[in-house]
Design a protein around this ligand. Structure first.
Ligand code: XBP
Ligand code: MG
Length: 230
């Protein structure tokens, strides 16, 4: 039977990309004196590359392949990413990002039903902690038995590695779990790990198709915000 739910973070628990990560990347570029700026549309294209460091390196390679493959490139990207993470964590801690409708309710009800909860994400662990703390309070982190994030595995989504890492830690078979994702890269990762997946599409993925998903929804419903948007 079903034992656990495994959640992606960015795009699934919350709409973090356009008004969160994107803003933080641009602030880091400004801090570093770079003339780089990612507008909403550009960032949507860049989301094809998962992981912030990988995304910046990919962008830089498009601008100047030689410089981006030079000996200092990885160190500069790592420094930019540290700056970016600081900005993102602050933005989230200040309440700049909310959970998507229905997420808090699903987490609560799953816990009440005895299901185990986990996270499988490409984002940095500090970002996950900041989001869970800001949106679910001081007990938010403890709701999740296992948090697989960032560089815990060498290859990011669509590679199934982060899901395999979580399954191994929880000593569960894919058939005992259900994954929640929002994007093509995320769904591919879960699918390749053998998981059934519910896809809740969002701002950047509403036009994508997920023919192999268990279900493709535009969200989890808004029963925890009954009076809003009606
Ligand atoms: C999310 C990502 C992340 C964030 C940035 O993909 O690709 O890299 O955009 O976070 P998914 P970092 O939802 O499929 O896990 O800068 O911390 O990498
Ligand atoms: Mg996602």
């Amino acid at each position: 039977g079903l034992k656990a739910l495994i959640f992606d973070v960015d795009g699934t628990l919350a709409e973090t990309e356009r008004d969160g990560h994107r803003i933080a990347f641009n602030q880091a570029f400004a801090d570093a004196g770079l003339a780089w700026h990612w507008d909403v549309e550009t960032y949507g294209r860049l989301l094809a590359v998962t992981g912030g460091k990988e995304r910046m390196l990919h962008y830089w390679q498009g601008l100047d392949a030689e410089a981006a493959s030079g000996p200092q490139a990885r160190a500069l990207v790592a420094e930019l990413h540290r700056l970016k993470t600081t900005h993102y964590v602050r933005l989230v801690a200040e309440g700049g990002i909310q959970l998507r409708p229905g997420v808090a309710r699903l987490l609560q009800q799953a816990r009440e039903a005895g299901l185990r909860l986990a996270i499988a994400t490409t984002t940095t662990p500090d970002n996950v902690e900041a989001l869970l703390h800001a949106t679910l309070g001081s007990s938010g982190m403890a709701m999740f038995e296992c948090i697989g994030a960032g560089d815990a595995v060498p290859r990011k989504k669509p590679d199934p590695g982060i899901y395999a890492w979580v399954l191994e830690r929880m000593r569960l078979a894919p058939s005992q779990c259900l994954a929640f994702e929002d994007s093509t890269n995320g769904w591919k990762a879960a699918d390749a790990a053998g998981l059934r997946t519910v896809v809740t599409t969002g701002a950047y993925t509403a036009r994508d198709m997920f023919p192999g998903a268990l279900a493709q929804l535009d969200g989890l419903g808004d029963a925890d915000h009954p009076a809003q948007g009606r």
